[in-house]
Design a protein around this ligand. Structure first.
Ligand code: MN
Length: 319
């Protein structure tokens, strides 16, 4: 997925984390992606830029796309990050400049590591299921790995954790001793939690991680705070267990990681360390060859928006 804002605002990320457990319920904002897809953007949020290295979270659907093209995101570049495609319903056809042509289906991991630069497109197949429901997430790469060669991984089978009334799929990182095969570059976790109505569970956490939870469907009390689709609950650090009580059948995404200390500049589809790097990446996309080419997408690639008139500067985490 691409950030299709015509005037993307620069987003400073990173910096000092709050210490200790807190509960901060943050409302997402509705963003139009192309002609047919509206998403709930939960990160970055006015109240919180990152959770561990997780720095971008869009939740979309469930949308009835019976008579619609569904998701159609033309070729666009990324740098300095990993993208995670996660679906509950429907599927997305991923193409990239490495030559990947991969359908990503419900509860399969599509993990693209841009490193220094990659181009990809994402589309609902022409013959598609009625509903499209999923999330697009980005993970910031640490400085030591952000210049690496690009890579794409598809993991159709992921480890699961089961408890009474709860089924968890580990998307990235480790949860309760189960580790995803997806490659990570900072200590983090992403997990999909399916809860039956009435289920009550204490989910084991890492005290040095910060965490947040969002609902894909249904209503869950998370440490006593009602979480429903459209918002994300930031939980801070210092927790060994997370109390969950499902008010309805529900599914949650749990995101966590060691607080990301490096200062970043996020602009459009790039993550860098300075405004100059962002401007270089934009020029490279418009005029250069670094990002490569996607083959087989029926349509033109995306043009980069204009840079904002003020210089982009990396800053610490601010509210
Ligand atoms: Mn993308």
């Amino acid at each position: 997925m691409s950030n299709l804002d015509l005037k993307p605002t620069p987003t400073p990320c990173g910096g000092e984390a709050d210490s200790g457990p807190i509960k901060q319920l943050l409302t997402g904002r509705l963003v139009q992606l192309g002609e047919s897809t509206e998403v709930r953007r939960l990160l970055p949020n006015l109240g919180r830029r990152m959770v561990g290295a997780w720095c971008f979270v869009d939740h979309y659907g469930p949308d009835d796309i019976t008579d619609e093209p569904g998701m159609q995101v033309p070729p666009h570049p990324h740098a300095g990050l990993q993208t995670v495609s996660w679906l509950h319903e429907g599927s997305i056809l991923h193409r990239d400049s490495l030559g990947s042509l991969q359908p990503v289906r419900s509860r399969e991991l599509g993990l693209m590591t841009s490193g220094r630069g990659i181009t990809h497109s994402e589309e609902s197949p022409r013959q598609h299921a009625r509903f499209l429901h999923g999330a697009q997430l980005w993970v910031a790469l640490p400085d030591a790995h952000r210049h690496m060669a690009p890579a794409f991984e598809h993991h159709p089978v992921l480890p699961t954790v089961t408890a009474s009334g709860l089924d968890a799929t580990v998307i990235l990182g480790t949860l309760d001793g189960a580790t995803s095969p997806g490659t990570t570059y900072t200590p983090l976790v992403g997990a999909d939690l399916t809860l039956r109505e009435g289920a009550s569970h204490g989910l084991p956490l890492e005290p040095e991680y910060e965490y947040a939870v969002l609902s894909m469907t249904g209503s869950v009390d998370v440490d006593g705070v009602r979480v429903e689709p459209g918002s994300i609950l930031y939980l801070g650090t210092g927790r060994r267990e997370l109390p969950l009580l499902a008010r309805t059948d529900a599914s949650l995404l749990l995101l966590g990681g060691v607080p990301f200390e490096e200062h970043l500049v996020m602009w459009w589809n790039f993550i860098a360390r300075s405004g100059e790097e962002i401007a270089q990446a934009r020029t490279e996309w418009m005029e250069g060859s670094l990002f490569g080419e996607v083959h087989g997408y029926d349509g033109a690639r995306l043009a980069a928006p204009e840079l904002p008139p003020v210089p982009l500067k990396p800053r610490g985490r601010v509210r």
